[in-house]
Write a protein that binds this ligand. Structure first.
Ligand SMILES: [Zn+2]
Length: 88
């Protein structure tokens, strides 16, 4: 999994804002993000270890250790969901 930091997510955040991919909730910390360029759907997973946020996607960029916009899109949805949980 890739450790998510402010630095390595910056570019992906910009991409995500431009492309606005569709995110679907699958299960806790797992999301399906539709590609903006083709009909692919990538599953994105998240974890937290020792207070560090980790993320992983199925796409080529993520395989190379890069934070892709799918991860950012999923992370945004994940944070939103965690927020809802806390509010209950
Ligand atoms: Zn990806």
């Amino acid at each position: 999994m890739i450790r998510l930091t402010t630095e390595n997510t910056q570019k992906a955040i910009e991409r995500c804002k431009q492309l606005k991919p569709t995110v679907r909730f699958i299960q806790d910390r797992v999301f399906a993000v539709a590609s903006a360029n083709n009909s692919n759907v990538y599953h994105v997973r998240f974890d937290v270890r020792n207070g560090e946020k980790l993320g992983q996607c199925e796409c080529k960029a993520s395989e190379r250790g890069l934070v892709c916009y799918h991860i950012v899109a999923g992370a945004t949805a994940n944070i939103y969901r965690q927020g809802l949980k806390l509010a209950k």
